[in-house]
Design a binder for this molecule. Structure first.
Ligand SMILES: NC(=O)c1ccc[n+]([C@@H]2O[C@H](COP(=O)([O-])OP(=O)(O)OC[C@H]3O[C@@H](n4cnc5c(N)ncnc54)[C@H](OP(=O)(O)O)[C@@H]3O)[C@@H](O)[C@H]2O)c1
Ligand SMILES: *[C@@H]1O[C@H](CO)[C@@H](O)[C@H](O)[C@H]1NC(C)=O
Ligand SMILES: *[C@@H]1O[C@H](CO)[C@@H](O)[C@H](O)[C@H]1NC(C)=O
Length: 318
């Protein structure tokens, strides 16, 4: 009897420690306040975007929730206001899968808001398909939409420096590859809807986030704007909502012990957005609130430049 209790005790203890230390990970320790500062968080109606927005609003920032659905965005607006106790929260509609929508969001924002101090490119989708502009869905939403948005807001960020751009990527970028032939032929990173293909295309789009950050940092040298990419951890969010049902079932089963909740999942984003004195690390990749050495393919100068130029063409900036 005693032995059984001991074994159960040890298992529970180890699981608890594992969860507390490994799953939870580090927290953002910055105490920075943001009164008078303006922040945009894309995809902030749910998941880690919403918890990120709540934290920033609590610090006094004026927070713009840039979300595609009016209904979900307005519901989140009420929740973010309530949870943060701040009235400085605004919903502005933007669908990253439509270049027209991104342009109209930027226009409205620049007209109505005098400042931009932190841009958090957080929205992401895990689903095959096409955007309104005929781009691959994950490439279009996860990368191109944010690429255009950032470029349209860059002058304002420069005017308000020191300012930051934070790109929420994923450790999945390690499995990614930028297939320029496939982008040139059908404006998507691979096709097909199999489990493997979907995961691959998602990983490719996340590699775009890391390479975009690498190139952006170079182009921002000499300005007061810095940028960072990151892996937020494995998080219990809505990201897999359009994945196959067996995959969602497997996820549900392992979620409890191995995944972070959305408050824990926001910590590395907050670290990149707020932590003092990380400016010399502009362009780098973070995970668990710590800078990491990215693999060579995620900081390859030639690929990053080529991706930038292709992206400019695809969203009509060049
Ligand atoms: N969850 C993880 O384990 C994990 C791991 C690594 C990286 N990430 C990254 O973390 C970020 C946040 O994901 P999450 O886990 O919080 O997922 P989530 O709960 O699914 O939230 C994603 C957000 O992105 C928005 N979005 C999707 N398509 C959009 C579009 N076309 N235009 C504007 N917004 C759009 C969603 O809006 P709707 O609600 O309207 O769809 C939602 O607000 C993503 O970039 C994801 O790739 C997540
Ligand atoms: C995060 O960092 C903490 C503190 O350095 C460490 O104990 C933990 O194992 C790390 N977690 C992950 C998931 O890397
Ligand atoms: C994605 O999942 C959501 C939530 O389950 C659902 O409402 C939506 O219709 C799905 N979209 C597609 C294209 O499957």
């Amino acid at each position: 009897m005693f032995a059984v209790l001991l074994v159960v005790g040890v298992i529970v203890g180890v699981a608890y420690v594992y969860h507390e230390i490994v799953v939870k990970g580090k927290s953002c320790t910055s105490k920075v306040k943001l009164h008078g500062k303006t922040v945009i968080v894309t995809g902030s109606n749910t998941g880690i975007g919403k918890t990120t927005a709540i934290d920033l609003a609590k610090r006094g920032a004026r927070v713009i929730l840039a979300c595609r659905s009016k209904q979900r965005g307005e519901a989140a607006l009420e929740e973010v206001k309530r949870e943060s106790g701040s009235s400085q929260v605004v919903f502005m509609q933007m669908d990253l899968g439509s270049l027209k929508s991104v342009r109209s969001f930027a226009e409205t924002f620049l007209k109505t808001e005098p400042r931009l101090d932190i841009l958090i490119n957080n929205a992401g989708i895990y689903m095959q398909g096409r955007t309104a502009d005929g781009l691959g869905m994950m490439f279009g939403v996860n990368h191109i939409g944010h690429f255009l948005l950032t470029n349209l807001l860059l002058e304002r960020l420069k005017d308000c420096g020191p300012s930051r751009v934070v790109n929420v990527a994923s450790t999945a970028h390690n499995f990614g590859k930028i297939d320029f032939d496939s982008l040139n032929s059908h404006k998507a990173l691979g096709v097909g809807t199999s489990f493997y293909e979907t995961l691959k295309v998602y990983s490719d789009s996340k590699l775009c986030n890391v390479l975009f950050t690498h190139e952006l940092a170079k182009r921002l040298q000499g300005t007061m704007v810095t940028c960072y990419s990151l892996h937020p951890g494995a998080i219990n969010s809505e990201l897999a909502r359009n994945a196959s049902s067996w995959f969602q079932l497997v996820l549900k089963l392992i979620t409890v012990f191995f995944f972070k909740n959305t408050v824990q999942g926001a910590q590395t984003t907050l670290h990149c957005a707020l932590q003092e004195a990380i400016e010399p690390l502009s362009g780098r990749y973070f995970s668990n609130c710590t800078v990491r050495e990215a693999y060579a393919k995620a900081k390859d100068d030639a690929t990053a430049k080529k991706l930038w130029e292709l992206s400019e063409r695809l969203c009509g900036l060049a």
